[in-house]
Design a protein around this ligand. Structure first.
Ligand SMILES: C=C(O[C@@H]1C=C(C(=O)O)C=C[C@H]1O)C(=O)O
Length: 280
């Protein structure tokens, strides 16, 4: 992890964004959509409709949003940035990475330096994330509220955090993406015992997902083969798959992987025999 990234990590509420695992930030409230949505309770990210909203936002929000639709309202941008909260700078549609990062720098200078970028809208441009991170040195979020199906792609594209509307099914999808895709693709260097254990928990979540999928595939094979189950074990095939895995896991090596995969294969065969017996 680069030192730039470590410097740029920003705390949003209890979440540290930009350094370590990707996170899910729940709740972006816009006070622009009418009085009904007035801010009465603590919320994660809040977009003001006008400067009059800023005192309530300072009291109740974890971060203030400079919304994509008004990034050119410089007096309001300036007032929001000076609020004393982390500032989430959304990209105006069609703004370049340089313009976006430039506005983030402006907000950092007007405030206390705690600034994140956020890509969103109906069709977030995930191709901009890496450049935005590199150019700005700041954490980059993706608001997936309007298309939660982009969560996994956003984490794979380098998002430090996903913004979702509210708790519920969408939140679960986003949590799965930061956990499973994060375990596979996100570079992390945990240093403390809790951080290491949380990183291991994410890897275990990814392993469990893959083991479940593997067991299902191995079960199909048992039904296709002339002789399935333990009776149809194929040691040559098992040795070959362990050898291929050892290329990807050279530290573990064939002997240790062989023991692991023997347990995995036997669990799969056991499951498929049990299912065969029950006829399910
Ligand atoms: C799935 C198969 O059946 C058995 C289970 C295996 C596995 O889980 O990978 C591999 C070889 C066989 O012992 C197969 O033959 O491919």
């Amino acid at each position: 992890m680069s030192s730039i990234l470590e410097r740029a990590a920003v705390a949003v509420g209890e979440l540290l964004v930009g350094d370590g695992p990707a996170v899910v930030i729940g709740g972006r409230v816009s006070l622009r959509s009418g009085a009904v949505e007035a801010l009465r309770e603590p919320a994660a990210l809040v977009e003001p409709a006008s400067a009059a909203d800023l005192p309530a936002i300072a009291e109740l929000a974890d971060a203030v949003v400079v919304g994509a639709s008004w990034t050119r309202d410089i007096p309001l941008v300036r007032a929001a940035a000076g609020l004393g909260l982390p500032v989430v700078v959304e990209r105006r549609p069609s703004a370049s990475v340089e313009e976006w990062a430039g506005l983030a720098d402006y907000c950092a200078a007007e405030g206390d330096g705690r600034v994140l970028l956020c890509e969103g809208g109906a069709r977030p441009d995930l191709g901009l994330l890496r450049a935005a991170r590199a150019v700005s040195g700041r954490p980059v979020l993706v608001d997936v509220s309007r298309d939660i199906g982009l969560s996994a792609a956003a984490v794979a594209a380098g998002a430090d955090g996903l913004v979702v509307d509210a708790p519920g099914a969408a939140w679960h999808v986003a949590e799965e993406a930061v956990t499973v895709v994060g375990a596979l693709l996100r570079q992390e260097t945990p240093a403390t015992l809790p951080e290491c254990r949380q990183a291991i928990d994410r890897v275990d979540a990814a392993l469990a997902t893959l083991l479940e999928r593997r067991a299902a595939l191995a079960g199909v094979v048992q039904r296709i083969k002339p002789v399935g189950g333990f009776a149809g074990r194929d040691p040559a095939r098992e040795r070959a798959l362990v050898a291929r895995m050892a290329v990807r896991a050279p530290s573990l090596g064939e002997a240790r992987l062989g023991a692991i995969m023997n347990a995995v294969i036997e669990a799969g065969l056991d499951l498929s025999e049990e299912r065969g017996v029950r006829g399910s």
